[in-house]
Design a protein around this ligand. Structure first.
Ligand code: NDP
Length: 443
């Protein structure tokens, strides 16, 4: 049995009831196998056994009082996975589906993603099963303050710098930053995604969506194509989906559909982004309301967005939202490229369908790394007490995304798997972290 298979088997046994974490480990370790096999120094140093075990897992109670005066309790998590190349960095997710397994899968992926950005940031992730949907601002604040009352002792600008993720946007980051500052008596860059008036970075809000599109366009260009004139389907209608839509439109592509967890809208004339921003960013409403702005658009309840014929698919909602049948439908409809805006939105079976059919496939840990890369730029600005212009940050982001593409393409080619960017991203991300771990001894 190979070293990777042994470690994987052991890790699955030692972490029962964590299906998403198993899925992420399986995907990464399986693709790393040939590379790791040809480098016996990794086994000698026990790199993989260490890599699959988080450095620290923090779980805590989050009590808060709702508007009716009733006590509520949620679970809080922070998994500090790997700090070999920098302070732990990764988002906080507030969603009822959050579990230890989901946070561990996200934290594990984050190690490789952060390494790919070329920035000095380690991997971590956190969150809660709290559902901000339908809560008043006061309830969200009460929750965020309680969450930070425990978390603050575990984080810091040189230790662990959380950011947003599903359910955690500017409002939540603001409430958590305020509480951190009171408790730690320190105004520091301990969270990213902050408001512009208190240390945030221009272009951070746009970064994940923009970065996804920069990388997808570069991947197409290196294959003699581009996004210009292409039809695009994007799932989700949150932060990543909205800014991916904006950048696709700027580059001359046409976005036909967007979704939320209730259903999807199809607009043959191309999505009206101002309408979507009004619904989602201002009214915090449902995507079905889009029909009030564009009566000719079609709203369909439920999943099924991947049945819409398109040249390029950008899944930007959540994990495992694009399965094998969806992938086959996309291929049949002539889809030429897929870029993952969300984390692990494509199941393993669906990924295989894309690779087999030579669909250009950019995995999330490379394609959505623009968010965390720009968070690292926010950290740099905070340390320097500087603030860069939108264009400066956007230009740096673009350079980072093109570099990521070049690195994963080169790593895939070197491994004899040209255009397999799943393998390329895993190998390129792994190499740097593994080397740092070996150089630092028994950490
Ligand atoms: P948001 O909370 O802003 O938006 C999430 C969107 O996905 C919403 O439209 C939501 O719909 C939809 N969604 C969530 N769960 C489901 C589901 N089970 N089925 C269908 N739709 C669903 O989150 P983000 O845009 O920030 O994040 C989206 C993805 O991108 C996540 O996987 C996240 O981890 C990843 N990501 C985000 C980064 C960032 O910078 N924000 C960075 C890197 C990755 P509804 O409103 O109905 O829940």
């Amino acid at each position: 049995m190979s070293y990777t298979a042994k470690v994987l088997e052991q890790a699955i046994k030692r972490n029962p009831h964590e299906p998403e974490f198993h899925q992420a480990m399986t995907e990464i370790l399986t693709t790393l196998q040939p590379f790791v096999d040809s480098h016996p120094e990794y086994e000698r140093a026990g790199v993989l056994e260490r890599l699959v075990e988080p450095e620290r897992v923090i779980m805590f109670r989050v009590p808060w009082v709702d508007d009716a005066g009733k006590m509520q309790v949620n679970k809080g998590y922070r998994v500090q996975f790997n700090s070999a190349i920098g302070p732990y960095k990764g988002g906080l997710r507030f969603h009822p589906s959050v579990s230890l397994s989901i946070i561990k899968f996200l934290g594990f992926e984050q190690i490789f993603k952060n390494s790919l950005t070329g920035q000095p940031i380690g991997g971590g992730k956190g969150g809660s099963d709290f559902d901000p949907k339908g809560k008043s601002d006061r309830e969200v604040m009460a929750f965020c303050q309680s969450f930070m009352t425990e978390l603050f002792r575990h984080i810091g600008q040189n230790t662990d710098v959380p950011a947003g993720d599903i359910g955690v946007g500017g409002r939540e980051i603001g409430f958590m930053f305020g509480q951190y500052k009171r408790l730690a008596n320190s105004f520091e860059g301990v969270l990213t995604g902050k408001g512009l008036v208190y240390g945030g970075s221009l272009a951070r809000t746009e970064a994940t969506g923009y970065g996804l599109v920069y990388l997808t366009d570069e991947m197409l260009r290196q294959h003699g194509k581009s996004l210009e004139g292409k039809t695009v389907v994007i799932s989700g209608s949150g932060n990543v989906a909205i800014y991916a839509t904006q950048k696709v439109q700027q580059l001359g592509g046409k976005v036909l559909a967007l979704s939320d967890s209730n259903g999807y809208i199809y607009d043959a004339e191309g999505i009206d982004l101002a309408a979507v921003k009004d619904i989602k960013e201002i009214k915090r409403g449902r995507i079905s309301e889009y029909k009030n702005y564009r009566p000719k658009a079609v709203y369909t309840e439920g999943t099924g967005i991947w049945n819409v014929k398109c040249d390029v698919a950008l899944p930007c909602a959540t994990q495992n939202e694009l399965g094998e049948t969806d992938a086959k439908t996309l291929v049949k409809n002539g889809c030429i490229a897929v870029g993952e805006g969300a984390n692990m939105p494509t199941t393993a079976e669906a990924t295989e369908v894309f690779l087999q059919n030579k669909v250009l496939f950019a995995p999330g840990k490379a394609a959505n790394a623009g968010g965390v890369a720009t968070s690292a730029l926010e950290m740099s600005q905070n340390s320097m007490r500087a603030s860069w212009s939108f264009d400066e940050v956007d230009q740096k982001l673009k350079v980072i995304m093109v570099n990521i593409y070049n690195n994963i393409a080169a790593a895939a080619k070197e491994a004899g798997q040209e255009d397999n960017f799943v393998a390329g991203a895993n190998i390129a991300g792994f190499k740097k972290v593994a080397e740092a771990m070996i150089l630092q001894g028994a950490i």
